[in-house]
Design a binder for this molecule. Sequence first.
Ligand SMILES: *Cc1c(COP(=O)(O)O)cnc(C)c1O
Length: 452
Amino acid sequence: MTMTDNTAAIVGGPELPQERKLVTEIPGPESKKLMARKQAAVSKAVGATVPVFTVAAGGGVLVDADGNSLIDFGSGIAVTGVGNSNPRVVKAMAEQLNRFTHTCFTVTHYDSYVEVAEALNRLTPGDFEKRSALFNSGAEAVENAVKIARHYTGKQAVVAFDHAYHGRTNLTMGLTAKNIPYKSGFGPFAPEVYRAPLSYPFRDGGLDGVTAARKAISTIEKQVGAENLAAIIIEPIQGEGGFIVPAEGFLPTLVAWARENDVVFIADEVQTGFARTGAMFASDHEGIAPDIIVTAKGIAGGLPLSAVTGRAEIMDHPQVGGIGGTYGGNPIACAAALATIESYEQDGLVQRAQEIGTTMMGRLNALASEDPRIGDVRGRGAMVAIELVDPATNEPDAELTGKIAKYAHEHGVILLTCGTYGNVIRFLPPLTMPDHLLDEGLRIVADAIAAA
Ligand SMILES: *Cc1c(COP(=O)(O)O)cnc(C)c1O
């Protein structure tokens, strides 16, 4: 029996009742049954944050196989910014499904790919001529950004930062900082990848951004050398590494140094992109214009699509056929992306991200003022996190973090953790989440912290 036998009548999208409703314990009996099947069929290495099976999702909720309706504070890791099964996206995909499903863009072209490239060139920061290329996943796009930067500069070294996360393929594992779970046992890693210190205001003594950048630049000059360096790659706000917002001035100082030294500055906006931070891109907050910007997650309402967008002279440099892939820029994913981008722009979602951010920051700061275990509240727009510590020492408290997440899951809130030390709780609600669910979810998080 397949899941659809039970659940064929269930439809997701914003029409789903926007409520938290628990009808069984979490996980319930149906999810447990499915979990047993999963364990017998799927590699153990593929984990799950919340051990339930989804049958529908939309607005700000996710419904599981037992009929529990959970508040979604994760958006499938910052993917469904426009909401699951967004009606604009569903309609655009359905129309495309009935025309054709695939040609391979590098065999014959279709216009939706070009239109996605035009939209990215228009929306990304930087008032210069740009080109884009489309891929399937964030990691694949990061790999291509590095390939293109190497080709353009004729240099090989790449610098990534402490706490970075850029993916799980071989090159991107090497760029990623955290050993467990992402790297351990999976080496050897790609050569010519170096690491520089990040601006991490909560843990670097509050170094100002320019000083922190000078430290990073000094490391780069001493250990790599600009004459060997093709690219610097950085998340403007770090995602998996702990939602770390660098001090003001850090990013612009790095950009200026890169420009002076013929080094391509790559912003990995896979997690921060598309309205999430209360601007279309996180780079906009600091007024920087990266030479290359990598996007994925929020780009297509949940369809697998990613992009590399950058200065025309860099993007046009590699030989014809050097960039591409069988599925990159799939026509259904492109249709979804165009409808998703339309939703960000026409449904006021940039502003909605700011509103959600104001609510979350206010509530979490109020909690932090009464609870010294919340060492830091940070983020931008609807990308917010709390860092949990031992108040006596400021040492990371991963155990407390795990307890809070577990309580939230058991009480019907999907809550994600992150951070090098596993002591950060991150909030990434869909931008379509109504206020009453946001309030209720934050109340449960407060209960979880109190109970832990
Ligand atoms: C998720 C993520 C990636 C990897 O994207 P995948 O689609 O999982 O390959 C890369 N960079 C950042 C900043 C991410 O958050």
